[in-house]
Design a protein around this ligand. Structure first.
Ligand code: SF4
Length: 305
C-alpha cells in the first residue's frame, strides 16, 4: 500500500530499485547517559538493554552480520544498523574497527549509526564521511523533543543547542541525519509536538522516526507511571497528533518509522502500542479520506524553532 507520506521503502526503491532490510547490530557500546559521564540512570524510558532487547550481545559484530547474511538471497540489499546504545561513544579507531566488522559483504549498502548528539565530533563526522565514499551513511540522533523542560524531565542529558551543533557538524560533512521523535512524552501537548516538528524541519533533517511513548517495565518511567505522575496518550490522540505532525513535515523528509516496537513481555503500558498495523492503517486511511499528505500544510513558519 502506498502511504500518504515519504517512506524509507520509497527512498530505497529510488536508490536501489528494491526493498532493503536491516541487520540490527549490538556494537558493544555503552551510553554516557548511563555510565555517569553525562548522567546516570539513562533516559527515563530506556530499558536495561537500551534499544536492543532482541539483539544478542554475546555474538561478535561480524557474527551478528553473518547470521543474517548467510541466509539472505544473493540479490538482497541490507542496512547495517548499529542500533543499541550510543554507537559513536568510543575513540575513532575503535569505531572504525567495529563498523568495519559489520561491513563484510557487498550486499550491505547502508551504514546506519544510532547515537546521541553529545557524541558527535568533527573527528567522528570525518570518519563517517570516509565511509560515505563507498556506502550510504545515515546518522540517527535521539532528539525525542525540542522542549528542554521535557528533556530534563526524561533525563535526556543534553539541551537543544547540543542537538543543533551535532546536526551542523554532520551536515558540514554531508551526512544525512535522521531524527528520533517521541509523541506523548509526560506532560507534553500537541504544541510541544509541533515545536519539535518545526525544529526537525528547520535543521534540514533528512529523515525522521516517530513513535508514541511506551512504558517498559523496570524503567524510571515505569515508576513514574505507576505512581500516577502522568497518563499515556490514547491511540486516538497518537493518530491525531501523528497526522498533524506529518501534514506540517517538510515533504522532502523521509519517514523511517511511525510506530514503536516493544517486546510484549517488557511492555507495561499502553497496550495499544503493539497494534502497529492498525495504527499505520488508520493513519493512512484517515489521511487519504481527508485528502491529506505529508507536508500538505507545510509553510515557512513550519521551519521556525
Ligand atoms: S541516550 Fe539512548 S541508550 Fe542512552 S539512556 Fe537515552 S535512550 Fe538509552
Amino acid at each position: 500500500m502506498k502511504h500518504p507520506y515519504y517512506t524509507m521503502n520509497q527512498l530505497m526503491h529510488e536508490h536501489y530499485g528494491k526493498k532493503i532490510r536491516k541487520i540490527c547490530i549490538d556494537g558493544g557500546f555503552t551510553c554516557p547517559n548511563r555510565d555517569g559521564t553525562c548522567g546516570s540512570g539513562g533516559c527515563t524510558f530506556c530499558g536495561e538493554r537500551g534499544a536492543g532487547e532482541q539483539l544478542d550481545p554475546a555474538k561478535t559484530i561480524r557474527e551478528q552480520a553473518e547470521a543474517v547474511l548467510s541466509k539472505a538471497p544473493a540479490d538482497s540489499a541490507w542496512i547495517a544498523y548499529f542500533q543499541n546504545f550510543t554507537n559513536t561513544y568510543a575513540p575513532v579507531d575503535v569505531l572504525k574497527a567495529r563498523y568495519d566488522a559489520a561491513l563484510i559483504d557487498d550486499r550491505i549498502k547502508v551504514l546506519d549509526i544510532g547515537t546521541r548528539p553529545d557524541c558527535i565530533t568533527e573527528e567522528i563526522a570525518a570518519l563517517l564521511a570516509e565511509y560515505a565514499k563507498n556506502y550510504e551513511v545515515w546518522v540517527e540522533l535521539g532528539l525525542q523533543t525540542a522542549n528542554n523542560e521535557t528533556a530534563d524531565r526524561i533525563n535526556r542529558g543534553y539541551h537543544l543547542p547540543c542537538f543543533l551543533n551535532a546536526v551542523r557538524i554532520l551536515k558540514q560533512y554531508g551526512l544525512p541525519v535522521i531524527v528520533h521523535v517521541i509523541l506523548g512524552l509526560p506532560h507534553e501537548t500537541l504544541d510541544d509536538v509541533m515545536r519539535t516538528i518545526r525544529t526537525v524541519n528547520a535543521v534540514g533533517a533528512d529523515g525522521i522516526k516517530i513513535h508514541s511513548l511506551f512504558i517498559m517495565k523496570d524503567t524510571v518511567l515505569a515508576e513514574q507511571y505507576l505512581a500516577g505522575d502522568f497518563t499515556p496518550i490514547s491511540m486516538q490522540t497518537y493518530i491525531d497528533w501523528a497526522i498533524e505532525a506529518l501534514t506540517h513535515l517538510d515533504p522532502k523528509i523521509v519517514v523511517h518509522r511511525m510506530t514503536g516496537n516493544c517486546l510484549r513481555d517488557l511492555l507495561l503500558a499502553p497496550d495499544w502500542i503493539i497494534q502497529r498495523d492498525l495504527i499505520l492503517t488508520t493513519i493512512d486511511r484517515r489521511m487519504t479520506a481527508n485528502g491529506l499528505s505529508q507536508g500538505c500544510r507545510y509553510q515557512a513558519e513550519d521551519c521556525s524553532m
